[in-house]
Design a protein around this ligand. Structure first.
Ligand SMILES: Cc1cc2nc3c(=O)[nH]c(=O)nc-3n(C[C@H](O)[C@H](O)[C@H](O)COP(=O)(O)OP(=O)(O)OC[C@H]3O[C@@H](n4cnc5c(N)ncnc54)[C@H](O)[C@@H]3O)c2cc1C
Length: 414
């Protein structure tokens, strides 16, 4: 009987919360551990899109060519802190190796196949947590300023279409008809009508946790410091000094998963791509759907509390200081796009959990079948949260996973 088996989940971001609910669906007794408010980490500030089309990683041969220019630009969606990169060369070198054409093709194929399963994992959770009102299917619009921008993206667009074929090409008139408030006369666009987005990503986590608690789940607002594993059980040392015992543990602490002692997560080359948003309260009516200006590196998403401009990638480590240059960049681009106040009323920094090969880590730890990893979802953590939860619950239950997770195993780093 699974109800006799206790599973601890470390981390109550969207991935940990999804794992916790799926484990409950399988009948396990579950404890969720997080010192912070559930969903208040990276999962709170994302662009909210269920990006079924998002199979192409940031890694690309083109990035290799543009890297020197990016290092010195303050008008770019991608920036690197040279000091950080030089003091952590391992991740960066591996990231660059994964920018080679054949590597990118492999990553794209693996992500594309996993993304095709997104709703198998998400739908049951939305029903279970009565959270359908937080998701809306308004479609997704990708815009290109001129023919040059569009032509430069052609290869990217074709590859993406191989895994998500629903995009329809638009011209300037079509784009204006759909989004009349856009100030820039974007020349070309791609519309995917079937895409949904979340109206309040943190509220979604909280709805999951409310459901989890109704199902007799236990939430511990403490930090996990160390995991010790023995025969048939694990022990988790908490920052209060207490220990809890469980038959299995799921590590889902996002970018911070590698800070937990006792498990060799340090070998996994997990690091963080910092990302930002600025939000203009009450301005959500200016757009009808998420609009991505790919060249500028962000999404503009209408959410319950405002219009959110989220994106950018900064490789600069784990410190919590906001880079004002990136906030200025996002604010300037947002104002170029739409009529907005001088200042946003929310500025936010988050830490995407990213491995250099842009693939998540889903699978048994290399040291014990009682320790299961669920992190490293880079730009797709919200999208892939449900299917990750489902796969983790299948593993914990001793089933063959319903999707091939061998490429996501931590063993790939050995
Ligand atoms: C700007 C931006 C835009 C994005 N847009 C999208 C998008 O549109 N669609 C999409 O699918 N994804 C998007 N993402 C990515 C997505 O937000 C992340 O992949 C996802 O939030 C990661 O979730 P997580 O649960 O793994 O991590 P987190 O949300 O970071 O949660 C980890 C949790 O673990 C806890 N924790 C850390 N250490 C410990 C410890 N020792 N003990 C206990 N708990 C611990 C933390 O407090 C935190 O609550 C975006 C990201 C950014 C930054």
């Amino acid at each position: 009987m699974n109800s006799q088996i206790h599973i601890a989940v470390i981390g109550a971001g969207i991935v940990g919360c999804s794992c916790a609910l799926w484990l409950q669906k399988k009948g396990f007794r579950v404890t969720l551990i997080d010192p912070a408010e559930p969903g208040s980490g990276t999962s709170s500030g994302n662009a909210g899109t269920i990006a079924e089309y998002g199979c192409i990683p940031v890694n690309s041969p083109d990035l290799l060519r543009r890297l020197p220019a990016l290092l010195f630009s303050n008008n770019s969606p991608l920036s690197l802190d040279l000091g950080y990169v030089l003091s952590h060369p391992g991740w960066m070198l591996d990231f660059l190796i994964n920018c080679r054409e054949h590597k990118v093709e492999r990553i794209t194929r693996l992500l594309g196949k996993l993304l095709a399963k997104v709703y198998e994992g998400l739908d049951p959770l939305l029903d279970m947590a009565q959270a359908r009102d937080l998701l809306t299917q308004q479609g997704f619009l990708d815009v290109y300023r001129d023919e040059r921008e569009f032509n430069a993206a052609k290869k990217y667009i074709q590859t993406r279409r191989r895994y998500y074929s629903e995009f329809v090409e638009l011209d300037q008139g079509d784009i204006r008809a759909l989004e009349p408030n856009l100030k820039i006369p974007f020349a070309r666009g791609l519309l995917a009508d079937g895409i949904s987005h979340v109206l309040d990503p943190m509220a979604l986590c909280q709805r999951y946790v409310e459901c989890f608690l109704r199902n007799q789940g236990r939430l511990l607002r403490q930090r996990a410091l160390e995991v010790r594993h023995g025969a048939g059980a694990v022990e988790i040392q908490l920052d209060s000094g207490a220990n809890i015992e469980a038959e299995r543990v799921v590590v889902a602490a996002g970018a911070f998963s590698k800070s937990i002692e006792g498990i060799p997560t340090q070998l996994l080359k997990l690091d963080t791509e910092r990302g930002y948003h600025v939000q203009f309260g009450g301005k959500q009516h200016l757009l009808s759907r998420p609009v991505s200006w790919r060249q500028a590196g962000f999404y503009a998403t209408p959410m319950n509390l405002g219009l959110r401009f989220a994106g950018t990638v900064e490789i600069a480590g784990y410190h919590g200081e906001i880079n004002p240059g990136i906030i200025d960049y996002l604010t300037r681009k947002a104002q170029e796009m739409l009529e907005l106040p001088d200042k946003p009323d929310q500025e936010w920094l988050g830490f995407r959990p990213t491995c250099p090969d842009a693939l998540p880590v889903i699978g048994f730890s290399t040291v014990s079948e009682y320790i299961i990893y669920a992190f490293g979802h880079q730009h797709l953590g919200l999208t892939l949260s449900g299917i990750t939860g489902k796969l983790i619950a299948e593993l914990a239950n001793g089933e063959d996973p319903s999707h091939n997770i061998t490429p996501f195993s931590p063993r790939r780093f050995l």
